[in-house]
Design a protein around this ligand. Structure first.
Ligand code: AMP
Ligand code: ZN
Ligand code: FE
Ligand code: FE
Length: 279
């Protein structure tokens, strides 16, 4: 079993990088990739011991395109690459600016929330809307996290502000610059019909996209079949990932991917070969 899509406390997961690797060992995984949102800091915290399983470097970037947004996974990249680190610094600045604007909007709305409180809730991790929701609930402005989103924070609600995001070309380019392979995450989340998804994937393949995450915790057998044939059509490699976040997403288990992916070794070999083209 392998799992090429997991999150640690370095983004929004429950486990530390070391705990995640231990959990993967206990689950009997042959390989695990850590793919935190917009950061590679997990790789500074990994223990220097014999791990007994392959740990792939990875990342999950947020991308904006004409039809909306999607997530792009990067694998086998060099977590010390300067171009990558500079791009991630820019993404963090976009997030910080958007957070400040949202907290100002909330305060102008008369709601009891400050940036200091929001930062405290985030406890040193990347700050985002869930932390604003916790403060609103704690201060009695809403009854639940869900209500905070429904009234104020969700896309389309009055205090929502979009973050700037990378373009597909930028995101694919920065993963390649760091020697990694670029893989479209959970294609179903694009909510595109096959008639819209297929030309979009063709265009991203033209920009150098290397693979599709065909096996994913929320994909149905019909989705697996569609994305696998799409990958074959464009000569893209295929990957297997749960999107494990620990107890924060209790329905997702490490390695928990429905369907029948190809043999682990075949997936890992093709992914490594894809990355080596950029090294
Ligand atoms: P941000 O990265 O700051 O835009 O926050 C995104 C996170 O907010 C997501 O990962 C979810 O955990 C959470 N989120 C987004 N929309 C909702 C919603 N409608 N209800 C509850 N949580 C949400
Ligand atoms: Zn996440
Ligand atoms: Fe994602
Ligand atoms: Fe993810």
């Amino acid at each position: 079993m392998i799992d090429l899509h997991t999150h640690t406390i370095c983004s929004d997961g429950e486990l530390s990088p070391g705990e995640l690797v231990t959990a993967a060992q206990q689950r009997g995984l042959q390989a695990v990739a850590i793919t935190d949102h917009d950061t590679v800091s997990a790789f500074h915290f990994l223990p220097e011991r014999e791990l007994g399983l392959e740990v792939l470097t990875g990342i999950e970037l947020s991308v904006e395109f004409s039809g909306g947004t999607f997530h792009l996974l990067g694998y086998h990249l060099d977590p010390t690459n300067h171009e990558l680190l500079a791009a991630l610094e820019k993404v963090r600045a976009w997030r910080a600016k958007r957070n400040r604007t949202m907290v100002e909007l909330l305060a102008n709305y008369g709601l009891p929330v400050s940036m200091d409180e929001v930062r405290d809730v985030a406890a040193g991790g990347p700050v985002g809307r869930p932390h604003m929701a916790v403060v609103l609930q704690r201060n009695g402005a809403v009854d639940s996290i869900q209500q905070a989103f429904e009234l104020y924070l969700a896309d389309g609600r009055p205090c929502y502000v979009a973050k700037s995001r990378m373009t597909p070309g930028e995101a694919i380019g920065v993963i390649h610059a760091a020697g990694g392979a670029a893989v479209l995450a959970h294609p179903y989340q694009l909510r595109l019909s096959p008639e819209a998804l297929h030309p979009a994937v063709a265009a991203w393949a033209g920009l150098g996209l290397d693979g599709l995450e065909v096996w994913y915790h929320a994909h149905t057998p019909a989705m697996n079949a569609e994305y696998w044939s799409l990958a074959r059509h464009h000569g893209l490699c295929v990957t297997v990932g749960s999107d494990f976040h620990g107890a924060l997403k209790p329905d997702v288990q490490l390695g928990g991917v429905p369907g029948e992916p190809p043999p682990d070794e075949a997936v890992l070999t093709a992914l490594r070969a894809a990355a080596e083209r950029w090294q």
